[in-house]
Structure formats: C-alpha cells, structure tokens
Design a protein around this ligand. Structure first.
Ligand code: NAP
Length: 289
C-alpha cells in the first residue's frame, strides 16, 4: 500500500512555486499577490484563511487579508469585490465560504472577475473546466488530480466512484475524472445521499473519491482489494486533546488501508494540497497577466 502523501507533495509544489517567484522578483518584477476576503468570525474559516496567508509568505507572494464584520451587507461585499476586480496590484483573490446567511453567495461568486477567480468557482471557469479548456480548476479538486498525477496512479479505463456531488468538490472531481485527459479517462459514477445501495457501487470501484463529510462512512467491507482511495472529507470530532478536537476523514483508514493499493491519510492527504493548488492558480493568474 502506498500513502498518497499530501503534506510532502504540497511542500514540493510550494518549493517549485517559491523558485518561480524568486526568478520573477530577481528579474525586477513584483511578486504575485493573493487577497482573501473573510466576512465574520467563524473559527474554522479564520483558520483556513490564516493558513492561506501564511502559505503566501512561504512562497514569496504578497498577500492581503480583507476582514469584514459579520454585519457587512451584500452590497458592501459586492463593492469590495468590484474594488478587488479593479485593483491591478491584486492578481487573484478568494472570498472565503461560507458567507453569513443574509448574503447570497452565488451573487458574490459571479461578481468575481473570472481572470482573478483563483478558487475556480465562477461559472465561466467551471464551464471551461468541464470543457477541458485552460482555466482555474478549484483548489480541492485540482489537489486530488495533482496527487493522482504525481503518484502516477493509473486512472484510464478505471471505474471511479465519487461520493458527494457538491459544486465545489464532488461534482467537479467527477467531471475531471471523466475528462479525456490524464488523470482522467475513467468511467465515473457520482453517488450522493439519494443513491441506493452505495456499497454495491463502491465494491466494484477501482478508485473511490469520498467527499461527503461523514466519519468512517467508507468501511473495509465496502471496498475491493487493490482499490485507490482518496478521502476528501474533513470533520472535526471532539476529543481530549489540547485543541479539544481532532480532524477525521470519511474513510475508516485503519481497515480500508489494509486492502488499498493507494490511500490518502486524514489529516495530511487532500487537505494540504488545497492550499498548494490555490497558490498554483495565483501564480497562473499572475503569469497570464
Ligand atoms: P457538502 O456540500 O455538504 O456535500 C456533501 C455531499 O455528500 C452532498 O452531495 C451529499 O448529497 C452527499 N452525502 C451526504 N450524506 C451522504 C450519504 N449518506 N451517502 C452518500 N452521499 C451523501 O460538502 P462539501 O463541501 O462537498 O465537502 C465534503 C467534505 O469535504 C466535507 O467533509 C468537507 O469538510 C471536506 N472538504 C475538504 C476540503 C479539503 O481541502 N480537503 C475542501 C472542501 C471540503 P446530497 O447532494 O444529496 O445532499
């Protein structure tokens, strides 16, 4: 069994980006600049945004964190989005989700300039991704594909079962895995909460990509010998540690790993890849300009 090590792979990617940034700056140009907008004080969101800003520093990017109070109105946020769209010093930016319930996330995401949409959530970029055109692929699905590619996992002709159909994780992964490309070229089944007899599907799967957010959902008796397992799930489960919680995935790692040919751990699998791919998208936004 081979562990798909997201920590090491993401560190390699960040090193590659840092080398590229050094070259850019040595050539007399400014460094790429990523901005992140956060509305409110949600603990998990603050943690995610904090790590994105730290990662920028690590690779030599400039970064700007725009912190807005949770009382920010939709119009105020739209104004901020327009401001960032028009700011030439910002190459790419993200609006951290979830937004407070009084703001229509969709309205905000479509207002982001597709050329700066390094999260790849804009319909233009999602559509290009589906059509296999050059674009920003959203960071988590991109991270899954990059892990499979860097570990030379064979996907062509394989049966992939993706569990979860969200717009930002499961659905784009299902599209990427079915595209005429490498990784890709696999036959995809997209399962969700209305899917019947999910075990029958997973037992036939050569590759399982789980993105539902339910600890221990994928158990050893649901997978066949030699399966490739990518666990995107992240759930905080209370424990006695100093932090008061631990992070767990969707997969019963201890038992499933005994049958798997490749598997991602949680933490240390897809999670770290997400930030690395966001940085990669930002470098791409900068270079395109
Ligand atoms: P989401 O929007 O809640 O979507 C969950 C999906 O799972 C839905 O499509 C849902 O089906 C499906 N589902 C729920 N219960 C199910 C069941 N019993 N059987 C089959 N399908 C079921 O979540 P998300 O944003 O996609 O995130 C999924 C997980 O990935 C979460 O744990 C999240 O924390 C994690 N995540 C990780 C990263 C990372 O960087 N590694 C990034 C983003 C998200 P319906 O559509 O029918 O409701």
């Amino acid at each position: 069994m081979i562990i798909l090590d997201g920590r090491k792979t993401s560190s390699d990617i960040k090193d590659e980006i840092a080398v590229a940034v050094k070259k850019i700056v040595a050539g007399g140009s400014r460094a790429p600049h990523l901005a992140a907008v956060i509305v409110g004080e949600d603990g998990a969101s603050l943690t995610y945004v904090g790590s994105k800003v730290r990662a920028c520093k690590k690779v030599g990017f400039d970064s700007t964190l725009v912190k807005l109070p949770k009382t920010t109105t939709e119009d105020e946020l739209l104004n901020k989005v327009h401001e960032l769209n028009n700011n030439d010093a910002i190459d790419g930016y993200i609006v951290q989700l979830p937004l407070p319930s009084h703001i229509d996330s969709q309205k905000i995401l479509v207002a982001v300039d597709p050329a700066k949409d390094v999260d790849g959530f804009h319909p233009t970029n999602f559509g290009k991704m589906a059509l296999n055109l050059p674009t920003f692929i959203s960071a988590t699905p991109y991270g899954v594909m990059e892990l499979l590619e860097r570990y030379n996992v064979e996907t062509e002709g394989k049966h992939t079962v993706v569990i979860g159909r969200s717009d930002i994780v499961g659905r784009p992964i299902s599209i990427l895995m079915s595209r005429k490309s490498n990784p890709g070229n696999s036959t995809v089944t997209l399962a969700h909460s209305r899917t019947k007899n999910i075990q029958e599907l997973t037992r036939k799967a050569d590759i399982i990509i789980s993105a539902l957010g339910s600890p221990n959902f994928v158990k050893a008796d649901m997978v066949k010998e030699g399966v490739v397992v990518v666990d995107v799930g992240i759930t905080r489960v209370k424990d006695d540690s100093e932090k008061g919680y631990k992070i767990v995935g969707d997969v019963d790692y201890e038992n499933v790993s005994k049958k798997a040919s490749y598997i991602t751990p949680v933490p240390g699998g897809v999670g770290p890849m997400t930030i690395a791919m966001l940085l990669k998208n930002t470098l791409q936004a900068y270079t395109k300009k």
